[in-house]
Design a protein around this ligand. Sequence first.
Ligand code: SAM
Length: 372
Amino acid sequence: MVRPSRSTRSATDTVATDETLRLVRLPLADTLRQLHDSDSTVALQRGIEALRRQIDDPCSALRAASAVDDVTTFSRRYLFDALDQIAAAFTLERARYYAARLLRATLEVRTGAINDIDLNRWKEYDDILTDSLWLFDRRDSSGVHRAGYWGNFVPQIPHQLMRRYTRRGDLVIDPFAGAGTTLIEGRRLGRHTIGVELRTDVVEQARATLAAEPDRYGALCALEVGDSAVFDWHAALARHGRRSAQLAILHPPYFDIIRFSDDPRDLANAPSVEVFLARLGDTVARAADVLDNGRYLALVIGDKYAHGDWIPLGFLAMNEVLQRGFGLKSIIVKNFDETTGKRSQKELWRYRALVGGFYVFKHEYIFVFRKK
Ligand SMILES: C[S@@+](CC[C@H](N)C(=O)[O-])C[C@H]1O[C@@H](n2cnc3c(N)ncnc32)[C@H](O)[C@@H]1O
């Protein structure tokens, strides 16, 4: 199965659309009510034809919104699909059911507790992933996003996670902030973010990058230098007038596969897998301390080889989180971008795989947990 390769960019949490129609809400609702009350399928189909013409007529009362009008926006494709569905219904009763549903989508917003997705319009969110296999053919490089920091994740990861698991105004924490990808996405989506990163130079660079990202919603975007295994999140949140977080995104080193620094506190420099896991566990516990119950933690991690054996770092790390008061919601497998270095060694790795009886890494995991 191949996911659509389109970028998952969306400046707002409403809809990623083909064409966005701005329609005056009440006359549209009146027309839908009339459709619903039609006494025959023929009358209903005529009504739908008339409505389609009105929507397409830039001078119609539906389109000519004044400054005081209450306007609703629809993806053109979604709205016309919904009208087609009403028109194609086999029975009048079914057509009324679909018309009532479209009327609700016009009049009411229905969101759950942990995101801003309008469930009355769930079909419009076709850029939000719900499958457990994420295949991105390229990273989002819009705005200030750059691939330059070795080991940074594709912005689509925090983007998807924030849209599924946070509302605008929620706080997202990132204990391994690196180049600040999570913070950039948070700023774009109107989510507050606090990140921690061990390397001072990386923090300084990330701050400079963030300063160039437009701040449309006035979201908090704070980066601190620190060791996330011993970091005091309560104090950090208090410094920014917050008491709790609503999402934690953790993208630790995959043990020693990338050397980020000489600092012994760097998880990449842990003396063994066991110590790496213990420190990761400490980091999870500290982040969990400020995470609201029922909210989500995502762990992005890949496996590694050592001495000819596949080390299932992802699953070992997953177990560390499960031991700290979380339930597992999903294991997502994401395709793994070849780094520039690896690309030049591609042939060599293929040869080694054939000789050594193993497979070349092409995936990493996004484990999604919910705090109990
Ligand atoms: C995989 S990278 C994260 C990249 C980030 N998601 C991004 O998009 O830029 C891991 C980061 O964790 C940092 N790190 C390692 N050990 C740490 C620790 N104990 N506390 C805080 N940061 C740490 C590394 O310096 C590195 O920047």
